[in-house]
Design a protein around this ligand. Sequence first.
Ligand code: DAH
Length: 344
Amino acid sequence: MKEEIEQLLKQVQELTANSAKEVEEARVRLLGKKGEITKLFEEFRTYAPDLKREFGKKINELKQAATAKIEELKQNTFSEASSQAPKEDLTMPGTPFALGSRHPVSIVRQEVVDIFRKFGYDVAEGPEIEDDYHVFEALNFPPNHPARDMQDTFFVSTGHPNPLLLRTHTSSVQVRAMENMSLPIRVICPGRVFRNEAISARAHCIFHQVEGLYIDEGVTFADLKQAILLFAREMFGADSQIRMRPSYFPFTEPSAEVDVSCNICHGKGCNICKGTGWLEIMGCGMVDPNVLEASGIDSKKYSGFAFGMGLERIAMLKWQVNDLRHYFENDMRFLSEFKTAIEV
Ligand code: DAH
């Protein structure tokens, strides 16, 4: 027994280990259930008391030395492992969040709003679920007038003299502006509009418009032309030209459709302007006296102009995206092309 104890003590003193696995193996070999020291204890238990007295102290010292050694080796391999681990550099800049960006239609809306704000226009909004009166009646579309067919309407309630519907144009907001604002009025009304159209590259059932309205004493068609020319030059470039073609809208008289000179080919003719050198951007006209009177404005004293444009159309011209559906599908590959946000 004495020799065995001394031999094991020597082994314990010389014990080394390079990894946590080796330490564990040594522990099992010496102190595990079938370990050498454990076996020695089992033998020791069978000894007569005088022999126990002789070896008791030594065998306990051996167990303590082995336990301490294993603990020491465990500490060493642990701190070695942690000192070998790659150190995080806490001064490195963090991983940036992927910032979203504004939708192209929002970018264009903001540009239009900013341009007209410079000209002194306020921004007005109105409800998307509107009544027939504000969308049609007050804008000089009498009941059963064929011009209502120009705008395929989604009705929310029918069988009522003033049914609710999804507004088909933001011209409804000019009626609300005339009802609620004091004269003179200078507003633009951006917003979402709805029409029962089959979805295709050129049409959608939801799109965005900006309506403009200016009412004061002595407003003329020349003022309308000037306002639109200035807008076109801010939006499409300082050398832009405009032309007006006679048109029809129930709420304006005279009415016109506005083209801007093609900002791609500068009037020479390309496939964006289909060889004409001109791009259609909006409808406009002098507010019909009936419309002024319907909202309680004296048409003998006041006159005004109005215009309305589709924001998707302006965005299409600005970025040459020729399929309307892209604006509604939220495809990240499309949206991320309009990153205007500052990247970190
Ligand atoms: N509301 C018309 C539409 O949705 C656009 C429009 C045309 C608005 C002429 C106007 C205007 O204010 O004067 O087609």
